[in-house]
Design a binder for this molecule. Structure first.
Ligand SMILES: CC(C)(COP(=O)(O)OP(=O)(O)OC[C@H]1O[C@@H](n2cnc3c(N)ncnc32)[C@H](O)[C@@H]1OP(=O)(O)O)[C@@H](O)C(=O)NCCC(=O)NCCS
Length: 143
């Protein structure tokens, strides 16, 4: 069980990274109750500055639910480090395919995922997948 203080710190970081669409606290709570073993955080400057949340393998598949680095800590390799470490751990747990949804306009994230050999869904972005106007591209990595 993740301590309340740790969860508050994570919620604050998530809000800083995704100011327009942070996870509700209740959702983060349930993610932590379920997937705490698959949360990786980066610390710096006296607090949390990045995190990635994945799911354990299910029939050989894992999802990346969220990846983010605080604005002041970007472009220092943290996003790549968090993803690489997570992929190594997932491979060790038996994951064969990693999936994620990304906003096709999010060039930073798409570039990062492509550099890690994630491939975009040939069918292209799915319209309104995360709600009205929220199109998302599925990306897939064979480990
Ligand atoms: C996407 C994100 C996690 C990248 O984190 P980061 O720590 O800045 O990334 P890194 O410094 O490790 O860079 C890794 C690669 O990402 C790409 N990248 C990151 N920022 C970029 C930018 N501003 N422009 C172009 N490419 C960029 C590059 O390929 C980079 O590799 P390089 O440094 O060898 O060129 C960060 O920008 C972020 O938190 N964005 C907001 C949240 C978000 O969009 N999350 C993804 C949701 S699917």
């Amino acid at each position: 069980m993740v301590a309340t203080q740790d969860l508050s710190d994570l919620a604050r970081l998530d809000h800083e990274i995704f100011p327009d669409d942070p996870y509700p606290y209740s959702v983060l709570r349930q993610f932590m109750d379920t997937f705490a073993g698959h949360l990786l955080v980066a610390e710096g400057g006296g607090g949390l500055c990045g995190y990635v949340l994945a799911t354990p393998p299910n029939a050989g598949e894992s999802w990346i639910f969220s990846l983010g680095v605080a604005p002041a800590s970007r472009r220092q390799g943290l996003g790549r480090q968090l993803m690489s470490e997570t992929l190594t751990r997932l491979r060790g747990e038996g994951t064969r395919t990693v999936l994620l949804w990304v906003d096709p306009c999010n060039a930073q994230a798409v570039t990062l995922y492509e550099s890690l050999r994630f491939a975009p869904d040939p069918a292209g972005p799915r319209t309104d997948h995360f709600g009205p106007g929220e199109h998302r591209l599925l990306m897939r990595l064979a480990l």
